[in-house]
Design a protein around this ligand. Sequence first.
Ligand SMILES: C[S@@+](CC[C@H](N)C(=O)[O-])C[C@H]1O[C@@H](n2cnc3c(N)ncnc32)[C@H](O)[C@@H]1O
Length: 233
Amino acid sequence: MASSDAGTLLFSWRGCLFRVPDRVQAPKAGSLFLCRHLAVRPGERVLEIGGGLGVAAVLAAKDGARVTATDILPEAVEVMRINATLNAVAVDARLGDCYGPVGGERFDLICTNPPQTPTPPGHARRDAAAVADNGGADGWQLLDRVIAGAPRHLVPGGRLIFTLFAFLGPKAACAKIEAAGLAPAIIGSEIQSFPRIGYERLEHIRAHDLEATMPSGIPETVERYAIQGTAPR
Ligand SMILES: C[S@@+](CC[C@H](N)C(=O)[O-])C[C@H]1O[C@@H](n2cnc3c(N)ncnc32)[C@H](O)[C@@H]1O
């Protein structure tokens, strides 16, 4: 069938409308969970790393923040710009890896719902779903870099907020934040459906579940945390 007959997938939430193109991952529970834990004040500078469709970026801009959002996928950057226009806000969407596109800029809030599913050897792919989900062998591949770079990109008193599957380890997350010089806190948690991609790699995830969060048998749910690190004033 010709692509002109493909239809347009839309996602609607909190009074905003988002286009969901084929080559960018649709919002999932973690996307909404991140947004629910972002308290943004008007005028704040916000950076979202891995913005995807731009849901968090657009909502933060609606709340009056000055928002920059990065993604490694050109299609995500393109649709973030479209979704900002659709919702009559400004989002500075930039293409690139992690903090690469923002140089030495600093922000009041850095947020991310990063790829974080532990990924066995041979599962790395370049398609949108893989880039959105695969977190390297232990799930921490991008998150470690986000945490390590946060002190160089936060203003004094600025916050880093990210989502975390329990099997990555909330204690490990707090320890990593502390080691980076930020004050850690768990600011929220909820039970979500176990990620579908996780079923095909259960043994690998169990091998990296160092805080023993996984039940025996086939898990139906997973706890998800919102973790914050605050820079010293
Ligand atoms: C789990 S999705 C989250 C998307 C969106 N923020 C949301 O919550 O729905 C992770 C996003 O990170 C992007 N990403 C993956 N690796 C990245 C990297 N090294 N630098 C920037 N973005 C990256 C993916 O393309 C994807 O859009």
